[in-house]
Design a protein around this ligand. Structure first.
Ligand code: ATP
Length: 511
């Protein structure tokens, strides 16, 4: 655990040192849980967004994009259930004065027991070596079985209490499990209370005319209220999807862990409209598609797992998360939800406008069901950053820090460098930069020794460096140095665009 926390610290300081992420309003000592993306962070974030947008919108004939306003009519949030039910159960420890989400405390307790099971399995591995049959062991080992029963019991009680908003029941469960505050180590808890997560503000300049509006807590509702606009003007036939990338705001109770949980963040959401009764088929389809999208980035497959929701949101009939092994452990990266016809029906009821689809094949009208995929850009950013940052031991007893970003997402694809100043090398390097910059975001660096310059590019994740030397002036070839292998190869200048296109473009990932 300590190791993991140290990892998060080094990610935060690397992100700051190289211009990826800064604390917001830092000159005023920052604002809790708010961050700014710096010069390289903005590039990486944009690349993540276009990788998602391309794969969702451009690669699917039946999905289109949208960019709706952050402010929406206040009735939207009444209809969606956010005014009445977008609450988190919170609990305070009276000694440390720290506030926690009660459901998160319970989930952490379950995770601890899961870790005990993993430890037991690891011990079995050690004892039996190659003969170890993990499946059999998990089914028969008494310690494992006891802990599995424990987890099932807790999860049953979580379902019963959280699902029914039985706050006393949630409190009792915390007490029964002997959960202590990680800071004070005591069980001196307040009662559990509900807390609404929406930020509100006033619309209009005249006080009397002002009415309360909310900063959207999810981008999805902008899609629902535009469902018919898009369907009609785009002549969309079910099944079809509408995708959107945009900011969302939640007054999180406990906002920490860097950009994992912020009060202002960005979501990439897609609502897929289907025939009623076909939603489970599409739910499975999107689970499969989304995990493939993640895995095509080449990050270790062990870093992902599915987690079914214990407490279903008020609108869902099935829901799961894709969890990622963040520096803080496995946590939600993306949610996939079968939202039924809840949202469209609610908007119909409150607006009085019909939001139905006429299905020409069936010859009837119905309210479509919806399967949603929803991922946080910032969490994706943290997932990429944390899995890419490495300190490598080199042969000559030195180390190097390398940010092994997937090349298609790297802020710079190429850094062009003259071997030294003078002899016409800088001019030649700038010529090459001009040749490349229409296709790729490139850096130019002529300061310090080549070794130092390579290290600088390693630390910001640039996959390739192009070195212009005296031979270049004679035969129009350069060396390309690979970030990950540190190997160098000689390539003709005329071939550079083609080489980088093949190695760094999103096309390679999307195919
Ligand atoms: P959590 O349980 O971690 O609070 P959630 O289940 O409320 O998340 P959703 O409502 O499903 O999250 O939102 C979809 C996605 O938006 C999440 O998978 C996550 O990537 C992102 N997200 C949600 N809340 C935040 C936040 N406070 N900061 C950054 N990203 C967030």
């Amino acid at each position: 655990m300590q190791q993991k926390e140290d990892n998060l610290k080094s990610i935060i300081s690397h992100a700051k040192e190289y211009g990826f992420v800064f604390p917001s309003s830092e000159i005023y000592d920052g604002l809790a849980a708010t961050y700014d993306y710096g010069q390289l962070g903005a590039e990486l974030k944009n690349n993540i967004k276009s990788y998602w947008w391309k794969s969702m919108v451009q690669m699917n004939e039946n999905i289109v994009g949208l960019d709706s306003a952050i402010f929406m009519h206040p009735s939207t949030w009444k209809a969606s259930g956010h005014v009445d039910a977008f609450n988190d159960p919170l609990i305070d420890n009276k000694d440390s004065k720290k506030r926690y989400r009660a459901d998160v405390l319970l989930e952490d307790a379950v995770e601890k027991i899961r870790k005990k099971i993993d430890k037991e399995v690891a011990k079995g591995f050690k004892r039996f070596g190659d003969d170890f049959n993990e499946e059999e062991f998990r089914k028969t080992n008494p310690n494992v079985l006891r802990n599995v029963t424990k987890i099932n019991d807790i999860e049953d009680r979580m379902r019963a209490t959280l699902g029914a908003n039985d706050l006393e029941g949630v409190y009792d469960l915390i007490i029964d499990l002997g959960i202590v505050c990680p800071i004070s180590g005591t069980k001196n808890w307040t009662e559990v209370r509900q807390f609404n997560l929406m930020f509100s503000t006033e619309l209009g300049s005249v006080a009397g005319d002002a009415s309360t509006i909310y900063l959207r807590p999810e981008t999805a509702q902008g899609i629902f209220v535009n469902f018919l606009n898009v369907q009609k003007t785009g002549r969309m036939k079910i099944p079809f999807g509408i995708a959107q990338i945009g900011k969302a705001f939640r007054n999180e109770i406990v906002a920490r862990q860097f950009i994992f949980r912020m009060r202002e963040f960005e979501q990439m959401e897609m609502q897929f409209f289907v025939r009623p009764g076909e939603e489970m088929k599409w739910y499975d389809y999107w689970k499969d598609q989304r995990i493939k999208w993640h895995k095509s980035l080449g990050i270790s497959e062990d870093s992902y797992r599915f987690h079914d929701h214990i407490k279903l949101a008020h609108y869902a009939n099935a829901a799961c998360d894709i969890e990622f092994d963040f520096p803080m452990g496995f946590k939600e990266l993306e949610g996939i939800h079968s939202r039924t016809d809840f949202d469209l029906k609610q908007h119909e009821a409150l607006s009085g406008k019909k939001l139905q689809y006429f299905d020409p094949e069936l010859g009837e009208s119905y309210t479509p069901y919806v399967v949603e995929t929803s991922i946080g850009v910032d969490r994706m950013f943290l997932a990429i950053l944390s899995s890419s940052l490495k300190e490598e031991q080199l042969e000559n007893d030195t180390t190097r820090v390398v940010l092994a970003l997937p090349p298609a997402l790297a802020p710079y694809k190429v850094a062009v460098m003259p071997l030294k100043k003078g002899d016409g090398l800088q001019e030649k390097a700038r010529e090459i930069l001009t040749q490349l910059k229409y296709d790729f975001n490139c850096a130019y660096d002529e300061k310090d020794s080549p070794g130092k310059r390579y290290r600088r590019q390693d630390a910001i994740g640039t996959p390739y460096c192009v070195m212009v030397d005296h031979q270049t002036l004679e035969d129009n070839t350069v060396t390309i140095r690979d970030r990950d292998t540190m190997e160098q190869e000689r390539v003709a200048i005329a071939d550079l665009n083609g080489v980088f296109e093949e190695r760094c473009s999103m096309k390679t990932l999307l195919k």
